[in-house]
Design a protein around this ligand. Structure first.
Ligand code: SF4
Length: 352
């Protein structure tokens, strides 16, 4: 590891540059049922709006056996970017340090998740690390400007009570980043790792549920978090990193695999643009107000469903593979929970 990166890491530990909110306590859903007072995340509500069957199983703690590699690649890349931003805030790190930084980061990450048995085999953790390493340094070079941005928060957990007229609701989540722009403006940053990027994505993003949900809570919390310095937030940077689809060959070692992916990623400017995409979006306040009105009805439906006054049924099958495949397809198709275990934790994505 480079001496410079080591020095920055020491400084980061001393300065605690990012004050992070605490994630929720561990609640095993099979033992302690979900209650409305636990709060609602955007993923829980979107799941409810598309398929109540899926949501019920999720809230009962059912999870498929085995590692979902796409989800874990996303989780690894999010952690990488979070730590990178913390160090950018501490100063003294540049895109040229990306590989050193990765080496320093990855071993503790693998240890932590192998210990928690997050993966079906330790090999999976090393395989995902090989993919992430291939993409990370090119990403840092491609978005070199990120090293000069002012990051105010990274991976901040929020827990915001919002007044929705008849009822207050506890809305929860984890924002990937908040960046300071010029003229007292802030920008919400969302990272996504994707295998496929749909053609009409930029249009759909203009009314994206997650972005609007996060803007709503950020604007409710804005003064508490930052005083009166900033205007209501309307800007979002939607940052997509494409997960490599290149397969490991029979007998190939992971070092060679990493090199092969990196060659493909950095082949030319078209290839880099294929792997790294950003959408800069503006959500005018009138659009945010419309979202808030709609959300009120969606939350009311969710409340009634939890109270048992609305039925649970499967959603239309077009919702079973909307860009990703629902993890409960086997359960729905064959009416059995074989291949699932009831070990889910509530809001695991918010935990540290
Ligand atoms: S497979 Fe389709 S119907 Fe079944 S839970 Fe998933 S989204 Fe709902």
């Amino acid at each position: 590891m480079g001496k410079k990166v080591r020095e920055v890491l020491k400084r980061v530990k001393k300065k605690h540059v990012t004050k992070q909110a605490k994630g929720p306590r561990t609640k095993f859903l099979a033992r302690e049922p979900y209650e409305l007072g636990d709060g609602i995340t955007q993923s829980l509500l979107s799941s409810f709006l598309t398929c109540r069957r899926r949501t019920e199983w999720e809230l009962e703690g059912w999870r498929p056996v085995g590692t979902k590699q796409a989800i874990w690649f996303g989780s690894l890349f999010h952690s990488l970017l979070e730590n990178l931003c913390i160090q950018i805030r501490a100063g003294g790190i540049g895109p040229q340090d990306a590989d050193d930084f990765f080496e320093e980061f990855i071993e503790p990450w693998i240890k932590k998740h192998t210990k928690r048995a997050s993966f079906d085999s330790p090999k999976t953790a090393h395989f995902l690390a090989a993919q992430a390493k291939a993409v990370f340094a090119p990403y840092c070079e491609y978005w070199e400007e990120d090293f000069n941005r002012t990051w105010l928060e990274t991976e901040g957990v929020f827990d915001t009570v919002v007044d929705m007229g008849l009822h207050d609701y506890r809305l929860r989540g984890r924002r990937d980043g908040i960046e300071e722009l010029k003229k007292n403006r802030l920008r919400l940053v969302e990272h996504k790792t994707k295998g496929q990027i749909p053609e009409k994505l930029s249009d759909v993003l203009l009314f994206d549920f997650q972005n609007l949900f996060y803007l709503l809570t950020l604007n409710v919390d804005l003064t508490t978090m930052f005083g009166k310095k900033y205007k209501p937030v309307v800007d979002v940077l939607y940052n997509i990193i494409r997960r490599p689809g290149i397969k490991l060959k029979n007998g190939e070692n992971l070092k060679h695999y990493t090199e092969r992916i990196r060659e493909a990623v950095t082949k030319d400017s078209a290839s880099l643009a294929h792997y790294f995409k950003r959408n800069e979006l503006i959500y005018p306040l009138k659009d945010q107000a419309l979202f808030r009105d709609e959300l009120k009805f969606q939350l009311t439906e969710f409340r009634m469903w939890r109270a048992g006054t609305m039925h649970t049924f499967r959603g239309p099958s077009s919702m079973c593979m909307p860009g990703w495949t629902c993890q409960f397809i086997d359960a729905c198709a064959y009416q059995t929970m074989d291949g699932y275990q009831q070990n889910g934790i509530l809001f695991e994505e918010l935990m540290d």
